[in-house]
Design a protein around this ligand. Structure first.
Ligand code: SF4
Ligand code: SF4
Length: 212
């Protein structure tokens, strides 16, 4: 069998829902909190990448991590290994898997008061489907054209996630230039943490990110 004869098809093994905490954008935390009430599940989030605003003396959280439950699984994973929120709102990081984030670098230019980021992606070898076809597929993982074709939907969701990440940084850059914030890349552990979506909307009430 060659790579032309294989199509990505999730095996629904649920392995990716037990592998590690789930990385979320700020607005996704709010959506999942609403869904948690609907499904009566308990969620715990940990602040991930955060930046410090010297004007309001708070850390602005740009990434959260949703913790796995005591059973080592995502709280939204059903007993039958199905995602309870698949049809309601499945996080972008889950939609894009196994095309997944390798690194994110954030840049802050205090002179022009611009914040931006660059992300790079890879194919996760933790995925059962990828493991099954690893020998055939792995040689093509550096071929961008192949990746875009093979993981068409997953790449689109990853692109959407990066577009939203850029929107957060663009809005914060705008506030920085107007003097409403003074950003520093170093979060301060002794200061409170505020969800970036909530923070930005205090100044720009029309800032909205529509779920896909
Ligand atoms: S939200 Fe759904 S797809 Fe994502 S880790 Fe949880 S159960 Fe899996
Ligand atoms: S590990 Fe791969 S095959 Fe298994 S549920 Fe996740 S995406 Fe599907």
């Amino acid at each position: 069998m060659s790579e032309d004869h294989i199509k990505f098809s999730c095996l629904r093994c649920g392995i990716c829902c037990m592998a590690s905490p789930i990385s979320l954008l700020p607005h996704e935390v709010l959506i999942l909190n609403d869904l948690a009430k609907l499904y009566n599940v308990e969620l715990r989030f940990v602040e991930g990448y955060s930046i410090y605003d010297r004007v309001s003396s708070v850390n602005i959280v740009l990434t959260y991590h949703m913790r796995l439950g005591k059973n080592g699984k995502c709280p939204f994973l059903s007993r039958k290994n199905l995602c309870l929120i698949h049809d309601k709102y499945k996080p972008l990081i889950c939609r894009s898997f196994p095309y997944t984030i390798k690194s994110i670098n954030y840049y802050f230019d205090p002179l022009s008061k611009i914040a931006f980021h660059r992300s790079s992606y890879t194919v996760s070898l933790a995925c059962e489907f990828i493991k099954k076809h690893k020998e055939i597929l792995e040689p093509y993982f550096k071929d961008e054209i192949f990746i875009r074709k093979f993981f068409n939907d997953e790449v689109q969701y990853a692109n959407l996630m990066e577009k939203y990440r850029s929107m957060y940084l663009l809005a914060l850059s705008y506030l920085w230039r107007l003097g409403y914030v003074d950003l520093s890349s170093d979060a301060r552990k002794d200061r409170p943490y505020v969800n970036a979506y909530i923070f930005i909307r205090r100044y720009i009430p029309y800032f909205a990110i529509k779920p896909y």
